[in-house]
Design a protein around this ligand. Sequence first.
Ligand code: ATP
Ligand code: MG
Length: 235
Amino acid sequence: MFIAIENVCFSYSNSKENAIDEFSMTIEKGEVISILGRSGSGKSSILRILAGLELPTKGTFTIGDNVLFSSNIFVHPEKRGIGLVFQDYALFPHMTVTENIRFGLFRLSKKEKEKRIKEVLELVELTGFEKRYPYQLSGGQQQRVALARALAPKPNLLLLDEPFSNLDAELQYKIRKDLRDILKKANITSIFVTHDENDAHALADRIVKIDKGKIVKVGRPCDMLGMPIKQEVMQ
Ligand SMILES: Nc1ncnc2c1ncn2[C@@H]1O[C@H](COP(=O)(O)OP(=O)(O)OP(=O)(O)O)[C@@H](O)[C@H]1O
Ligand SMILES: [Mg+2]
């Protein structure tokens, strides 16, 4: 077991109800988890808690031997080694592709930075786009740069919050297949949040279904009975 999330509870300060209620799960190294739930079920909230952007009222979270939060520990977001790709996590418009990716690599030497930028651009198949600015890229290419930027510092865990929901259906379908290949090739442990069952089935090793902040079901995509699988995913 690589990641352990135990009994996490959280409520927003202006609300009495728990937005997250006793959320517990373990994740193996390299596993791709989809958290699937309807709008308002708590998907973004759990990612924000894991990223360190919200303080849980209860629970523990460990990656390997590192405790990131518990009753008396809280590691700040920038020290967690967690990569984020959020829907509105836009690229810096005044920076080229290379500069956007380099931004997260402040700990490396200049030579190491350039090597890593080359590697991640190959991974997301954007070699040759180094000098372009975001406005010179398609929506899908911009999303792949955002993914490359998050992957570049080799995060222990990558959190993705519906990053492709702005794309048209055809591009979304292509990107979700690419994304699984990229994550598997890089052996990146990741949690992908979606309200789209097709996304979850196409991407995940395991699906965690949540409702009102509670886990209601966990299973492999093929075990999730009662969840319609559309034709395109089964092929
Ligand atoms: N800043 C906030 N203050 C108070 N309540 C909030 C805040 N953000 C979210 N909530 C509430 O917490 C619950 C969970 O919200 P969350 O954003 O986690 O849902 P979600 O599953 O990501 O939804 P969506 O699919 O629409 O993005 C909702 O009832 C929401 O109204
Ligand atoms: Mg959300």
